[in-house]
Design a protein around this ligand. Structure first.
Ligand code: FAD
Length: 436
């Protein structure tokens, strides 16, 4: 789905309950009370929509990239948290049975909070604050990523129940059947999404087998997977997949890795995995023949639809993996446009596929080493703005496409340097491997 269509559908879903409420019951109370209700309804609907955004559905993220939909998920999450946490403090109308009038059926003159609504609202308020804060400071928590993710998902599900109860029990607009129906429908969608992701999707995953694990460079492993009883994955060079290695389909231990092979290598998938933490440090010990599961393909770091006269890849470390996929694919289908690979590593023995890359005469490889060995004749230092300007100015002037992949700080520096060379944003494709 294209980005404008997704954003329009998201906006419609998020605004639907508040819009319906206003259309049916009209803003009849002091403006601060109306603003409080609007924040509550918009915030709660956004929370429900967040489930669809984070569910890795190809219909949703296929067109824009799952990294982008995850970034939307994070940003929307922060905004809706502020809206929901703020809304109870804006009401000016009094609450309590003493203020209720028999003729005030739609609660224009007093709030209609019962004890149960106060309890569910308070619990939801606290849980939401906890979920958002632990998501923002995830790396500081003493939990594994998977543990955090499970807690985040279960907490969000509980929040749906509490939020729905509070909205239906306390809300003036939610008392109207049409608004209540919309809230029920969005909540149902959120719960179904969760059930699909946690139960149905793993059940329908096709099995793979670990065909080979071998050291590819210093602390980097090449893992080859082959399909079991099916033809494999239809993907575009440069895409990535979430892998469960030597685990069952319901395991929460899954990690994203770029596909370093080309679609032309029918069937098998190759991955280059760097030892970065508790999971990736176990890769070297994975047994050949063990089962694996692949969720993908995902991502939009692809050359399809790009007819620029040349391509410059700028990669840091194992960030070269998707570039390798694209270069191998270009070689396989005879796309011999001039290409440049600016490839940064700390040490010489971290360089991947050096001989294979050196053999391609349409590809210029520039190795950049942070700690070069004695006698090194290539570039030394970091992949910084000065180096990018020196090496990429001709490609920038010639209208080439730039493909960037690596850690976030490197991407930020390189992107800024390219923009400084006059490269428009549309000619820069990027993929981040880590948040930090
Ligand atoms: C789109 C994408 C493509 C990637 N491609 C490659 C690749 O080809 N080769 C490679 O070596 N690495 C790749 N990575 C990084 C790889 O996913 C992490 O190194 C790995 O998940 C770290 O797991 P760990 O438990 O060993 O380390 P940890 O120390 O637990 O994690 C290190 C960092 O990795 C991220 N991370 C950890 N677990 C997950 C997870 N399940 N899902 C998402 N992010 C997580 C977090 O930002 C964390 O801070 C890619 C990442 C992304 C987002």
């Amino acid at each position: 789905m294209p980005a404008p269509l997704i954003l329009t559908l998201l906006a419609l879903a998020i605004l639907a309950p508040a819009g319906l409420g206003w259309a049916l019951l009209g803003p009849a109370r002091p403006w601060l009370d109306e603003a409080a209700t609007a924040l509550a309804l918009v915030g709660f609907a956004a929370l429900l929509v967040e489930f669809v955004l984070s569910g890795r559905f190809r219909a949703v993220s296929g067109g824009v990239g799952v990294d982008r939909t995850m970034r939307w998920h994070q940003r929307i999450g922060r905004v809706l948290t502020v809206a929901l946490l703020l809304h109870p403090f804006l009401y000016t109308l009094p609450d309590g049975a003493a203020f209720w009038r028999p003729d005030d059926v739609t609660r224009v003159h007093a709030l209609g909070l019962g004890r149960a609504a106060i309890v569910s609202g308070l619990l939801a308020w606290l849980l939401l604050a906890l979920l958002t804060l632990t998501a923002i400071w995830r790396d500081a928590l003493p939990y594994r990523y998977e543990t955090w993710r499970s807690m985040h998902g279960l907490g969000a599900l509980l929040l749906v129940g509490l939020g729905l109860h509070h909205a239906l029990a306390a809300g003036r607009y939610a008392a109207h059947p049409a608004v209540a129906g919309t809230l029920w429908a969005l909540s149902g969608l959120a719960v179904l999404t969760m059930a699909w992701v946690a139960l149905v999707r793993p059940l329908t995953r096709r099995p793979w087998r670990i065909a080979m694990v071998r050291p590819a460079a210093r602390k980097i492993w090449e893992v080859v997977l082959e399909p079991v009883g099916h033809a494999g994955l239809a993907y575009r060079a440069g895409q990535f997949a979430w892998l469960k290695l030597d685990r069952g389909p319901f395991s929460r231990r899954e990690h994203p890795f770029s596909i370093a092979s080309a679609p032309a290598e029918a069937g098998r998938l190759r991955f280059l995995i760097k030892e970065a933490g508790d999971f990736t440090r176990t890769i070297g010990g994975l047994p050949t023949g063990a089962r694996a599961f692949v969720d993908g393909p995902h991502g939009n770091l692809c050359l399809e639809g790009h007819s620029e006269p040349g391509i410059a890849f700028i990669c840091g470390g194992v960030g070269v993996a998707p570039a390798l996929g694209m270069i191998r694919h270009a070689a396989a289908r005879g796309d011999l446009r001039p290409m440049l690979l600016l490839y940064g590593n700390r040490l010489a023995d971290q360089i991947l596929a050096a001989e294979e890359l050196a053999a391609l005469d349409w590809l210029t490889v520039v190795h950049v080493l942070g700690e070069p060995p004695p006698g090194w004749t290539g570039e030394a230092g970091r992949l910084d703005a000065a180096l990018v300007a020196r090496r990429c100015a001709p490609a920038a002037a010639a209208g080439w496409l730039f493909v960037l992949c690596g850690p976030a700080p490197m991407l930020a520096t390189v992107r800024q340097a390219l923009r400084g060379l006059g490269v428009p944003a549309a000619r820069i494709l990027m993929e981040r491997f880590f948040d930090n």
